[in-house]
Design a protein around this ligand. Structure first.
Ligand SMILES: NC(=O)c1ccc[n+]([C@@H]2O[C@H](COP(=O)([O-])OP(=O)(O)OC[C@H]3O[C@@H](n4cnc5c(N)ncnc54)[C@H](OP(=O)(O)O)[C@@H]3O)[C@@H](O)[C@H]2O)c1
Length: 299
């Protein structure tokens, strides 16, 4: 089986390359080899390589920059998934796609369920929602994993930014009224491989894991401030030389940290549907952070 993995250099894509090789040959073209912003290039690539399965981990993820580049965000996050879904639908093949907590309006404090009304607050969220809807409407056999607050040992993410700042400074102000679950890219890739193994398994086993939209995040919740404090607590315990202690992180409201794109205050995702369908218990976000820190901090 040939698997097209887009975004193989990204946080989730990099981890997927380690996991998907158990399912088939992973073709993960780099940006230099395939510019996903170019629909003709994508069409040509698909015609040449004829993948049997597509895992779309590519996205335009610069939330603030998206406000100034709505066309590019729309191309990557809405048109590209539509194009990949149309290819998959025409062949009756599976597509795995990733969505974001930013499709929700961020109100209230109840964890979002998969069937809840959406209401993105900015260009990025709107473009991701358009991509989800295009995949859903394509009719291809599909899995959409909607996740939140992704971090990993690579790339631009909150964990790496905090570790850098925590070595340089002894105090920081961090937003405390946005709540969600930090999700390591490794966990997303593990669950993705497990789910794909189920749906691609022996004939007739698909019913064991129905296609559709699933929330995917670790158990528990925190704010960005709480996440920062836990990073510094665990990193110090792991012997990292930090200038800052957890108490050095001061909570501030979102209003005191203005950004070009509005952020949802409530990014909680209810993940019971995924746990039940796969027969798994998602781990707690703190234990997942410890695993990632171990990998990042080992000499
Ligand atoms: N990051 C989060 O906090 C978060 C939260 C919720 C959901 N998600 C979703 O999770 C999925 C994975 O996110 P991530 O954090 O792994 O993303 P990421 O680290 O930003 O990676 C994005 C990937 O897309 C590729 N890409 C973007 N534009 C491209 C183009 N024109 N041509 C070729 N490749 C292009 C990037 O390639 P280069 O390396 O060449 O740039 C990179 O491999 C996405 O669907 C995202 O929306 C992310």
């Amino acid at each position: 089986m040939n698997i097209l993995l887009t975004g193989g250099s990204g946080q989730v894509g990099f981890e997927l390359r380690r996991q998907l090789c158990l399912l088939g040959e992973v073709l993960a073209p780099t940006r230099a080899e395939l510019d996903l912003a170019d629909p003709q290039a994508v069409e040509g690539w698909l015609a040449r390589h004829q993948p049997d399965l597509i895992v779309n981990a590519a996205a335009y993820t610069a939330v603030d920059k998206a406000e100034a580049e709505p066309e590019l965000a729309h191309r990557l996050n809405a048109e590209l998934p539509a194009q990949l879904a149309a290819y998959s639908a025409a062949r009756g093949q599976w597509l795995l796609h990733y969505s974001s907590d930013y499709v929700y309006p961020g109100s209230g404090d109840r964890p979002w369920q998969e069937g809840d009304a959406t209401g993105p607050l900015g260009v990025y969220g709107a473009s991701k929602l358009a991509g989800d809807l295009a995949v859903e409407q394509s009719g291809c056999p599909q899995l959409i994993f909607r996740t939140s607050w992704v971090y990993s040992t690579r790339g631009h993410n909150f964990l790496r930014t905090m570790l850098r700042l925590g070595r340089e400074r002894d105090s920081l102000k961090v937003v405390d009224d946005q709540v969600g679950a930090p999700t390591p890219a490794r966990l997303i890739a593990q669950v993705s491989a497990l789910a794909l193994h189920r749906v691609l398994g022996p004939e007739g086993s698909e019913a064991a894991f129905p296609p559709g939209l699933y929330h995917l995040a670790p158990r528990g919740e925190t704010s960005w401030c709480g996440f920062a404090q836990e990073i510094f607590r665990q990193a110090a315990a792991a012997g990292q030389g930090l200038a800052i202690a957890p108490e050095g992180v001061a909570p501030i409201p979102t209003a005191d940290y203005p950004t070009p794109a509005r952020r949802p205050l409530n990014s909680r995702l209810a993940c019971a549907k995924l746990e039940q369908a796969l027969g798994i218990t998602l781990p707690d976000w703190r234990a997942q952070l410890a695993l990632t820190l171990q990998e990042l901090c080992q000499p």
